[in-house]
Design a protein around this ligand. Structure first.
Ligand SMILES: Cc1cc2nc3c(=O)[nH]c(=O)nc-3n(C[C@H](O)[C@H](O)[C@H](O)COP(=O)(O)OP(=O)(O)OC[C@H]3O[C@@H](n4cnc5c(N)ncnc54)[C@H](O)[C@@H]3O)c2cc1C
Ligand SMILES: Cc1ncc(C[n+]2csc(CCOP(=O)(O)OP(=O)(O)O)c2C)c(N)n1
Ligand SMILES: [Mg+2]
Length: 571
């Protein structure tokens, strides 16, 4: 069956089960765009190619499927770089297809020529330069296999214009990827499992560090059974939030730089850490030289390169988390860690009364109020997509996630501008989900042009802008470490409600706590996108905070209020 290269691109995508792609056209990808009209593909026209990559990423994180982004050569391709790096750092499976100048012009500084495979080499799991039509189907098929298998990640397929224009035989069966010539057998030995079980069954103060790998492995139920049987408390990383229900009695809350104080203390006192699909990021460990010195460590990860990378572990078990836990379960003894769990409860100390949301109403609107009320109003059931900064951390503290894939956030690269486009991807992947963006006034402005994409696609996404008039997280560092010299952090913002209206969407502005719930409810009742500009306290601080590189237990805590008012209102 003869096909042009352009047709083969779509034929291959359809056979991979792709129904939606996010993209932006241009000269070098025009043959592909022309052919697209004949295939059952929904193309979402973005306003910037960075947006397309974040949308593909949000689509992948919300659904577990591979997200697809398309762009032209040169500036189209280079605009994708931030989104690709974001997906790489958080192991998100996306495939990016870019047009390239004609194969004979490569290397001649042709119009809109960029060596995008060279540029993206260190930020893709793999990439391809395809110069012949008959290479397209094998490259795309392999790209999908690589993106979703093992530790997922982004793959880029760069296809020259002449490869799109010429014809060849299309044979999907023949395009099946060859198995790798050599793959070392890294499966743990029976003795490794036994040693791990000995440590687990005899530990008195264990903690499970619940990472993103739990979600990627689909191991939520097993982790829960494991924790319940052995009676071990669980703390998620930022990207592990949702892997374990927040309301579960064994859930402790997030660890790390802006994690809960008692969690970081518990980690420092633990005698065993069980790291499930997490990579001991520096935001998690603080100073590695003083990190969890009392604890033996068992690390389960699908990527052997993660073992002993940041933290030395006693036992490393390489493999898919679900498969490894299945091996461990039969030998796992029923545990009773009541004394340890009671001790961690004591470590909470006066945390509740230090909490801003439990303090007497000062008439100020705090971000904590907004997110806490949003959690209430949505019954904790929304898919929340955050941007990067203070609001991102408050989201983890005040929105409790019960289900996997309900918090979508850029952790490793910390990419401002991620939230709005990633939410578009999440909504396209899960049209029935209630999708909320929680973004800062700074990050929102980086990609807010995608409001036009929302309007054109008639999408229903609710947007909460936590507007503090500052690049808040950087201002906080300046407050603590640069004597409040606020260099380049105050923001002069537009009227966000009017911006929304200019795109034909609804806009609201909230300045008082009393109006939060009613405005959220009103937005939820509206069928269509609403942007709510929450004008919050400007110089608010995320507590606790482990200064970068400091010991995990050396947290900066919120000053204890005087007099302490115990409202008990932790609901
Ligand atoms: C402003 C800011 C502040 C932050 N503060 C914090 C903080 O306080 N606390 C915090 O936790 N994070 C924080 N982060 C996020 C942090 O930078 C990391 O992104 C995060 O800790 C990584 O979590 P992870 O290791 O679970 O996920 P990833 O980085 O996605 O790593 C997942 C791991 O799982 C493995 N894996 C994948 N699939 C499988 C499988 N099937 N089976 C087994 N293993 C698998 C991978 O190989 C990888 O090692 C912050 C980020 C920002 C931007
Ligand atoms: C693309 C990008 N540029 C710069 C930064 C550094 N940075 C991290 S948080 C932050 C401030 C974010 O401000 P805003 O979006 O208003 O959120 P807030 O912290 O105020 O909640 C900055 C500039 C970044 N993470 N990403
Ligand atoms: Mg801000």
């Amino acid at each position: 069956m003869k096909r042009t290269g352009a047709q083969i691109i779509w034929e291959s995508l359809v056979r991979e089960g792709v129904t939606d792609v996010f993209g932006y056209p241009g000269g070098a990808i025009l043959p592909a765009y022309d052919a697209m009209l004949d295939y059952p593909i929904r193309h979402i026209l973005v306003r910037h190619e960075q947006g397309a990559t974040h949308m593909a990423d949000g689509y992948a994180r919300a659904s577990g499927k591979v997200g697809v982004a398309v762009a032209t050569s040169g500036p189209g391709a280079t605009n994708m770089v931030t989104g690709i790096a974001t997906a790489m750092l958080d192991s998100s499976p996306i495939v990016c297809i870019t047009g390239q100048v004609g194969s004979k012009a490569i290397g001649s500084d042709a119009f809109q020529e960029t060596d995008i495979t060279g540029v993206t080499l260190p930020i893709t799991k793999h990439n391809y330069l395809v110069t012949r039509a008959d290479e397209i189907a094998p490259a795309i098929r392999e790209a999908f296999e690589i993106a979703k298998s093992g530790r997922p990640g982004p793959v880029l397929v760069d296809i020259t214009k002449d490869a799109q224009q010429t014809s060849c035989d299309f044979d999907w069966e023949a395009a099946v990827p060859l198995p790798p010539a050599f793959r070392p057998d890294l499966r743990p030995a029976t003795s490794d499992y036994q040693r791990a079980l000995e440590l687990i069954n005899s530990a008195e103060r264990p903690v499970i560090l619940a990472g993103h790998g739990i979600l990627m492995s689909g191991a939520m139920d097993l982790v829960r059974q494991f924790a319940e049987r052995a009676d071990i408390p669980v703390s998620p990383t930022l990207l592990g939030i949702g892997a374990f229900p927040a309301s579960h009695p064994l859930d402790l809350g997030m660890m790390g730089m802006h994690g809960e104080a008692w969690v970081n203390m518990a980690i420092q006192e633990a005698d065993l850490l069980l790291a499930f699909g997490m990579r001991f990021d520096d935001r998690v460990t603080g100073n590695v030289k003083t990190y969890a010195l009392n604890a033996r460590k068992v690390h389960i990860d699908i990527d052997a390169a993660e073992l002993n990378k940041n933290v030395r572990v006693d036992i490393g078990l390489v493999g898919d988390l679900k498969e490894v836990l299945e091996q461990l379960m039969p030998g796992l003894k029923r545990g009773d860690r009541g004394a340890w769990i009671a001790h961690i409860r004591e470590l909470r100390g006066d945390c509740a009364v230090r909490d801003i949301k439990n303090m007497p109403d000062s008439g100020h609107l705090y971000a904590a109020h907004v997110i806490h009320d949003l959690w209430h109003a949505t019954n904790g059931d929304a898919v929340v997509v955050t941007d990067v900064g203070q609001h991102q951390m408050w989201e983890t503290q005040y929105y409790r996630h019960e289900r996997p894939r309900t918090l979508i956030t850029s952790g490793g690269l910390g990419t401002m501008g991620f939230a709005l486009p990633a939410a578009i991807g999440a909504k396209v992947a899960c049209p029935d989900a209630e999708v909320w963006v929680v973004a800062g006034d700074g990050g929102f402005q980086m990609t807010m042009a995608e409001l036009a994409t929302i309007a054109q696609e008639n999408l229903d996404i609710k947007v909460a802008i936590i507007n503090n008039g500052y690049l808040g997280m950087v201002r906080q560092w300046q407050e603590f470490f640069y004597e409040r010299r606020y260099a380049a952090t105050p923001l002069l913002n537009p009227d966000f409600a009017k911006i929304a209206e200019a795109y034909g969407l609804q806009g609201r502005t909230v300045t008082q706590r009393a109006d939060v719930i009613s405005t959220v409810e009103e937005a939820r009742a509206h069928r269509g996108t609403v942007v709510i500009d929450f004008r919050v306290e400007q110089e608010d601080t995320v507590y606790p905070m482990v200064p970068a590189g400091a010991d995990l237990h050396a947290m900066i805590r919120r000053p204890s209020p005087a007099p302490i008012v115990e409202t008990g209102a932790d609901v």
